[in-house]
Design a protein around this ligand. Structure first.
Ligand code: SF4
Ligand code: SF4
Ligand code: SF4
Length: 400
């Protein structure tokens, strides 16, 4: 049993395996993910989290293919990825780090020490996917029972990504197949993408990247890292590692239109089965409409508001534990951040709140800036014509 697999998850895993090998109605049978993906289509993933048993195989695979196996944290593991033909993507910072001036301006963020590299319970530059386990009211029975729901979290791959639009260096890019990635060769580690991301996903590692060669003491502070949806594998038609690794068929990847239809079907089924049955299915879906639409759609067997409440309670507990560990002489009264988004940003554990279209206003502003000269020119022409007509009328009136 993997170290992170709880007894309950283990039982669930056993049941899920048994179910997969038994004749089941079509609606509950595991969806076999496609073995390959169309690299050109706008790709979206649907995560049916009712199937996730928190075995962490996906997390392990992500770390392997990006440069660091979980279970082997020896130095040799850092020297290269599992696949010899692909470069490791996880950071390899050079130490000592350049001293920033003024020193208080940018905090060093170092996840490269052995103990921190091993962390799998949050997003870090060395961990682009984690699995959260949430304690929610039982969703298929009446009464006081509770259920556990496991939810893998990573970048949402937004359709209108603020991290791309707001990056001052153009380091973040959105590919035509919907994948959003940050180019480590261009990123200066300025943190703008993290601040603007509604879920504060990108994570910074100091001491790596372009800034070390430009103005190492004055500008930038490393590189921002996050899930790139295995863009290089996908370009070759190969499934992202985490999808390939999951034996329970939690994730399905495909063209967005098909994935949205699949998510709606699944959510309607969960809404119908829940106690009491729900009229609408929207409370069982997350990601389809968030931030103007993302290419990561979660479908939950329990109403999302229960997951959101459980995630926030858990994050508050984690934050209190974290603050309690701070040295009292340095932080006698540490300020408590307010709001689940800020707490999630500190903990590297994205929230589950509904998110409006963050770039809509900025897009409108950009549009307004682009069309402003044309509108101004048109107004001037109309104004000129109108004044000409008026002058004509006035002159006509005087003459009449
Ligand atoms: S998504 Fe799949 S591989 Fe990942 S933890 Fe859940 S069941 Fe395991
Ligand atoms: S979730 Fe955040 S990091 Fe990911 S694409 Fe959206 S804005 Fe960018
Ligand atoms: S898509 Fe690739 S990079 Fe992203 S979480 Fe999965 S394995 Fe990791």
């Amino acid at each position: 049993m993997p170290p992170s697999l709880s007894r309950r998850a283990f039982l669930k895993a056993g049941l899920a395996t048994a179910a997969a090998t038994t004749a089941l109605p079509a609606a509950t049978r595991a969806v076999t993910p496609p073995r390959t993906v169309d690299p050109k289509a706008e790709l979206c993933t649907v995560l049916d989290i009712s199937k996730c048993v928190a075995c962490h195989e996906c997390v392990e695979r992500c770390r392997q293919i990006n440069g660091q196996p979980i279970l082997d944290l020896g130095e040799s593991a850092l020297l290269g990825p599992q696949a010899p033909d692909r470069p490791a993507k996880f950071p390899r910072p050079k130490k000592p780090f350049p001293t920033m001036h003024p020193t208080s301006r940018v905090r060093v963020q170092d996840w490269s020490i052995r103990k921190r590299r091993a962390i799998t319970s949050r997003l870090t530059p060395y961990n682009w996917l984690y699995v959260d386990t949430l304690d929610v009211p039982a969703f298929e029975v009446d009464g006081d029972e509770r259920d556990e729901i496991n939810i893998p979290r990573r970048c949402m791959h937004c359709q209108d990504p603020p991290c791309v639009k707001m990056c001052p260096f153009g380091a973040a890019e959105q590919k035509t197949n919907g994948i959003v990635r940050i180019d480590p060769a261009v990123c200066m580690g300025g943190n703008k993408c993290k601040l603007d991301c509604p879920w504060h996903v990108p994570q910074r590692q100091t001491g790596v990247g372009l800034y070390r060669h430009l103005l190492p003491n004055f500008a930038g502070n490393g590189v921002m890292y996050k899930c790139d949806r295995c863009y290089d594998r996908v370009a070759e038609g190969i499934l992202p590692g985490c999808i390939e690794a999951c034996e329970y068929g939690v994730q399905t990847i495909g063209p967005r239109r098909e994935m949205v239809a699949l998510a709606h079907r699944l959510a309607r089924g969960f809404a119908h089965k829940s106690k009491p049955p729900h009229q609408g299915f929207r409370d069982f879906i997350y990601g389809e409409l968030e931030n103007g639409g993302t290419n990561t759609i979660y479908v939950s067997p329990a109403p999302l508001r229960h997951l959101m409440a459980a995630a926030e309670k858990q994050n508050q507990k984690r934050l209190r534990r974290l603050l309690a560990r701070l040295p009292k002489h340095k932080h006698p009264n540490p300020p408590l951040p307010d709001g689940p988004a800020k707490i999630g940003a500190i903990l590297g554990r994205p929230h589950l709140r509904r998110v409006g279209h963050k770039m809509a206003r900025a897009n409108n502003l950009t549009w307004a800036l682009l069309v402003a000269p044309l509108v101004g020119a048109a107004a001037a022409v109309f104004g000129f014509l109108a004044s000409g007509r008026k002058t004509g009328r006035d002159q006509g009136g005087r003459h009449g």
